[in-house]
Design a protein around this ligand. Sequence first.
Ligand code: WQD
Length: 338
Amino acid sequence: MNKVLVTGGCGYIGSHTIVDLIDNGFEVISIDNHVNSSRKPLKGIEKITGKKIKNYKIDLCNYNRVRKVFLENKDIVGIIHFAALKAVGESSEQPLRYFQNNFNSTLNMLEAAKEFGVKNFIFSSSCTVYGNAKELPVTEETPFQRVESPYGLTKQAGEEMIEFFSKANPKINSILLRYFNPAGAHESVLLGEAPNVALNLVPIITEVAIGKRKSITVFGDDYDTRDGSNIRDYIHVMDLANAHTKALQYLMNSNNKTNCEVYNLGIGEGASVLEVIKAFEKVSGKKLKYKIGPRRKGDVVAIYSNYKKAKRRLKWKPTRNIEDIMRTAWAWEQERSK
Ligand code: WQD
């Protein structure tokens, strides 16, 4: 069976991707130091798939420890590198921690791919690289804008590091996946987003609904959008997970790939903050308490993507919409609050 190494396998997107990889016949191992996660998702993966995933609890910035994982697993066909510090606001307060962690972990994974002859490398990137894009929907050709955070810089520069590495190591093929706004949970409610502190819109909505938070503030309703609130491209985490499986299968099987390709992973529609709240109220039957507050520093007015390139080349398409996201996110919040 083809063995895949997932870094950050105990994280939100990593754990859901492991489920999809197993569903598609891959064997998976994980490296996760639990700085932002716990072992719980491994139990959820086992309940869903019946497979016990081995997680190496090591720091990806320690190359000697990383080497040992590859010495123990000589048959790794691909690396999917999720592990990173990813709180935009926190990154502005702790830039060096973000640069050291996110750059060194990526460099070590590239080093290991080279030393141990792993031919396929997938990198978790982000729509953050586009900044305040002028044209919408963004495509993979939309130029980078200057990023607003150290986190965003680690994604922009991470992409460029991998491009240069791929040019110098043509036997190693890489794909850069630019996520838009991942949200939602696995249908089984055995996996979902479990942030220590919810920072993103969707988990904040469900925490208000379950009573963990008093109310939610909509960060501005005076933007130049259809209802004045920010627009984002929300993608269900299981659609996002499947895109990783499809990308790996493409790298392993396609004959007409170039050795470093970029794909946007959004659903091609934008939803405003107020529309997301309405979608939650519709699927839950609950009224959400919210108030309108000032704009949040660093927020882009609107961003959403098309996924034509991923559909054409990776044979991937999203199958869930914002209501599926809110339904599964709410079911997960209710489950984890029991
Ligand atoms: C979504 C919208 C807020 C909370 C971030 C990262 C991005 C990526 C996805 C990693 C915005 C509004 C939010 C609240 C609100 N992560 N909002 N009240 O900022 O689009 O993207 O997560 O790659 O890199 O930047 O996501 O969920 O924080 O905000 O009104 O209490 O919801 O203004 O318009 P964001 P978010």
